[in-house]
Design a protein around this ligand. Structure first.
Ligand code: SF4
Length: 359
């Protein structure tokens, strides 16, 4: 942990009990000076656009701000309103989402846009109403309600959890501690600036209360932080031990058309993992290695190195077989190399295509 400067040393010896009255004003004053400027955020004094807030929050689930930034701008240029998104075919949305991962989010995004558009294009303005829409959980509902509609509700993401768990030296591990952290955060939400408060916790967590090495000497709420006072902030939040991720194995067959380098892809079934996305043909993924049957006879050659990819619930090891083939009517679609990045190929299959030298 970074050393705590002398200004805070005296205050840190006696951390105040919760909820500390000065915590929220101090955090908001810091936010007014250090707020991040992000493409989906309203400038100080502007009203936030619910569509942008919703879209950014869905994109930011499981994806970093750095990755989302550019993709958000591109997505918004292609689907500038919730009505435009609702009117687009799902395939177009999935294609624009490619590479952001967790594709169920894109399917829910589309379903949600259709529901909102069907009701006149206005998002519900309460956390309860928002939470009834597809793909919107408690955190996202709270964030949209607070940021876009000024509702005094807590939006408790990983950043808020970290800050609050450290301030309170919470011994309850995550995920069990979520309701406690929600209550502790809710106690601090100001009636007049709930959206700024939500965003200030996000910014504090991403630039000061860092996961591995919190910068307590620069922290505007250090005087209310039990973890900083005790010198063990980085111990929090405690996390319950995770079950080990299983490994699954499979084979991907990359057929490259000899005359023009086009690659054979096919669409996955609409439901399930990576549903509706394009894939490199292959068999099932199982927890034991087995020889997979090629989609058709050809001079298949196996690459020395498999491709590995980690999903939320399992790690995947894919053997890659490559064949140069002639013209024939295959079950699937031929895609030119230059277009593959635009047809919605998930990261795992882009890795396969790169390993095979097909893109
Ligand atoms: Fe340090 Fe985080 Fe506590 Fe701030 S909130 S004093 S950065 S542990």
């Amino acid at each position: 942990m970074a050393p705590v400067d002398s200004e805070f040393t005296l205050a840190l010896q006696v951390p105040e009990p919760r909820p500390a009255p000065g915590f929220t004003p101090a955090l908001l004053a810091w936010y007014d000076r250090h707020r991040r400027r992000l493409p989906w955020r309203a400038e100080a004094g502007e009203v936030a656009d619910p569509y942008r807030v919703w879209l950014s929050e869905i994109m930011l689930q499981q994806t970093t701000v750095a990755t989302v930034g550019e993709r958000f701008v591109r997505f918004l240029a292609r689907f500038p309103t919730v009505q435009a998104l609702a009117a687009a075919p799902l395939e177009a949305v999935l294609a624009e989402w490619a590479g952001l991962g967790y594709y169920a989010r894109a399917r829910n995004l589309h379903a949600c846009a259709r529901e909102v558009a069907a009701k006149g294009g206005r998002f519900p303005d309460t956390a309860e109403g928002l939470a009834k829409l597809p793909g919107i959980g408690d955190y996202t509902a709270g964030a949209i309600a607070a940021i876009a509609f000024g509702r005094p509700v807590a939006a408790v993401d990983g950043n808020a959890e970290r800050v609050l768990a450290r301030c309170h030296r919470l011994e309850e591990p995550l995920p069990k501690a979520k309701p406690t952290l929600r209550r502790l955060t809710q106690d601090l939400v100001p009636a007049d600036r709930p959206g700024d408060f939500a965003q200030s916790l996000m910014d504090l967590g991403s630039s000061v209360c860092l996961p591995r090495a919190p910068l307590c000497g620069r922290c505007p709420v250090a005087r209310w932080c039990g973890g900083a006072a005790a010198g063990d902030a980085q111990r929090y939040p405690l996390k319950a031990e995770k079950a080990e991720r299983p490994t699954r194995f499979g084979t991907a067959f990359v057929a490259i058309r000899a005359r023009d380098g086009a690659v054979l892809l096919r669409r996955r079934p609409p439901k399930g993992l990576l549903g509706g996305m394009m894939e490199v043909p292959g068999g099932d993924w199982a927890e034991i290695e087995a020889l997979a049957k090629p989609p058709f006879a050809a001079d298949w050659r196996r690459l020395n190195q498999p491709v590995e990819h980690t999903f939320t619930h399992f790690h995947l090891v894919l053997a890659v077989e490559v064949a140069k083939v002639g013209d024939f009517a295959a079950a699937g679609e031929w895609h030119q190399r230059a277009h593959i990045a635009h047809v919605g190929v998930p990261t795992v299959f882009m890795k396969v295509l790169r390993a095979a030298g097909a893109v």
